[in-house]
Design a protein. Structure first.
Length: 151
């Protein structure tokens, strides 16, 4: 994926019991969580639980050198409280639709890959197309049933 002048990166989605290979950087006896994220870099890895909880850096010598950034984003009071406060004229909810739309798009691309037998998808978000993968179109553009057209 590439956005603006940021360098490209590889993103892999595992679901339905599929799991990544256990990284060598994990300590002996430690396994990947059943739900979470795994970030693999050139100098080490970061493993989190569901929702980004309990992040851990490996190898451990890198964790000792890590200095977390100064918090710059206000902490959420919870999904529902943020939403209600935003409706009542408060600050925008931290779970805004713009963010939710991007997250949903990424999630659905993982599902699309699984439906296509695990094929790699090179996604053109501007045109909502999987480049070079015409068999994906039937999942991306379902026909509209009569009476349900949008005008």
């Amino acid at each position: 994926m590439k956005k603006g002048n940021q360098p490209e990166f590889k993103q892999v989605w595992y679901s339905g019991g599929l799991r990544p290979t256990r990284p060598d950087e994990l300590p002996e006896g430690m396994e990947l969580p059943s739900r979470g994220s795994l970030f693999i870099g050139k100098k080490g890895i970061i493993v989190t639980g569901a929702g980004g909880s309990n992040p851990q850096i490996f190898p451990e010598k890198r964790r000792a050198k890590y200095n977390p950034p100064t918090p710059s984003i206000p902490r959420s009071k919870g999904h529902f409280r943020d939403w209600i406060d935003a409706i009542k004229g408060g600050p925008a909810a931290s779970s805004n639709f713009e963010y939710g739309a991007r997250l949903t798009e990424i999630t659905l691309l993982g599902v699309l890959s699984l439906r296509l037998g695990g094929k790699k998808i090179y996604w053109d978000s501007e045109n909502m197309r999987a480049r070079g993968l015409p068999e994906a179109d039937k999942y991306l553009r379902e026909p509209v049933r009569p009476g349900w057209e949008m005008t």
